[in-house]
Design a protein around this ligand. Sequence first.
Ligand code: PLP
Length: 358
Amino acid sequence: RAYNFNAGPAAIPLEVLERAQKELVNFNNTGMSVMELSHRSKDYEEVHNRANALLRELLGIPDTYEVLFLQGGASLQFSMIPMNFLQENKTAHYILSGSWSEKALKEAKAFGETRILASSKEENYSRIPTDYSLEDIKDGAYLHITSNNTIFGTQWNEYPTSPIPLIADMSSDILCKEIDVEKFSLIYAGAQKNLGPSGVTVVIVKKDFLETARPNVPTILKYSTHADNNSLYNTPPTFAIYMLSLVLEWVKEQGGVKAIQKVNEEKAGYIYSAIDESEGFYKAHATEDSRSLMNITFTLPNEELTKKFLQEAKERQFIGLAGHRSVGGCRASAYNAVPKESCLALANFMTEFKNKNS
Ligand code: PLP
């Protein structure tokens, strides 16, 4: 298998793919594939409820929260959140830490008053903003943050203790480390990085926050519609939810989120060490206090060396290392399913390349 460092859709654990392969044609002795089952059948409902229960167990989600499986990607959440929760005469506050937060803000503007509470755009989003005060947002509708910035390679270490409902886009770091769910009123994540294949979006929302939603929202775009129907209001993405359940089982088998976090710290540690010990050959885009465990962004001394690095990396089966055009250079995405061995192999390759070319 290739060393898959794609930013998304991203690696799926090999054991999960093999199990899905084994069960593909005849799921649970039904004589059918899981994707052929009725979403109202008992066999499918077990899969659906197991995914929900496992996520609750792994993240320690209390009963005061709903766990929803939606469609439309994290991008639809950019609109659904203000559509449901940006009340008239209130302001939605956004902390901008990268392009995905900008996109979330853009959608909110269509529904009401917004304010940029803080932004690190001027520094090309190389750090999580820290220069803001939570004192003057007391009457706001909510505060929105992006917990991990996939493109720029920065991640929140400590979340703000917000006086108003805190909403986080955790698309690229959910389940990568332990979190206190109760700091948030709503968490959302497209599945295709740490949770499974694309097609399902996970939403974790506090029940009493749900009750504050605006009534004049189309049925399918109301969170309450999905909460009231156990995410079975219409046909859910059954196969993606089945894959999600297998990935969650895998996380549990690894020892849960705490164990995954430890491995992620080691994995990112290998690559950051290769950067830090390169005597300036590689430069991390993110400032040290904002470095992401998931997306490691770095540049080389010039364009020519970057091209050569990417070419040689490709020949060695390292996939997906080209950086996003807004940062340049390289990006290694080391999501949960990327094995430790892949990160160690990349770190060794980086050091070898630096020794040959500096
Ligand atoms: N938010 C973050 C942090 C992302 O990384 C991405 C995609 O990479 C998105 C949102 C958009 O997700 P989707 O493609 O599921 O709409």
